[in-house]
Design a protein around this ligand. Structure first.
Ligand SMILES: [Fe+2]
Ligand SMILES: [Fe+2]
Length: 187
């Protein structure tokens, strides 16, 4: 029998299946940011290292927000391995460009999730995604500013360090609109 419904082999909606994949994307982003942070750390750029270590914790929290939502939606969660992590870089610009690309990809993933939630009339799922859309707008904007600053610095990474210390050093005040994580929040 062929099925034309939105259910998959696992009896999950397409939306829930994509959300399970999004857990993997967020953990991949988290691990990738640790790789970037470690590179900056090794290259004596502590502000950039600190920024990416903090970004890594945020991505980990994003994964755990989705885990919380899936558990609350009675979806059986299996925690995935991450995708391949890139560790070989030549210049600081490569790392920031990768971070921007990663945020753009994640934005596209959330936009697709919204589309699928709509197609499946999953209103509570769609509502859950709103915070992530806002978060992605901010993260793409931050990374594209950082890339512009790197380009403008003409290889003087100490200028970039000063910028990060001045503009990107604190995690800011707590965002009370953020979805709840499964277990403690770390960022
Ligand atoms: Fe994220
Ligand atoms: Fe992100």
């Amino acid at each position: 029998m062929t099925s034309t419904t939105t259910s998959t082999d696992h009896g999950l909606s397409k939306f829930h299946r994509l959300l399970l994949e999004q857990v993997r994307h967020e953990f991949t982003a988290s691990q990738q940011y640790i790789a970037l942070a470690a590179w900056f750390d090794e290259h004596d750029l502590p502000q950039l290292a600190g920024f990416f270590y903090r970004q890594s914790l945020e991505e980990r929290d994003h994964a755990m927000m989705i885990v919380r939502f899936l558990i609350d939606s009675d979806v059986t969660v299996s925690i995935p391995a991450t995708d391949e992590i890139r560790n070989d870089f030549d210049t600081a610009r490569d790392l920031v460009a990768l971070a921007l690309r990663q945020e753009q990809e994640v934005t596209a993933q959330f936009q697709h999730l919204v589309k699928v939630a709509r197609e499946e009339n999953d209103y509570s799922g769609e509502e859950f995604l709103h915070w992530f859309l806002k978060e992605q707008r901010e993260e793409v904007s931050t990374m594209s500013t950082l890339l512009a600053v790197v380009d403008r610095s003409n290889g003087n990474l100490f200028d970039v360090e000063t910028f990060v210390a001045r503009e990107l050093s604190s995690t800011g005040e707590e965002d009370h609109t953020a979805p709840e994580t499964a277990g403690p929040e770390v960022s």
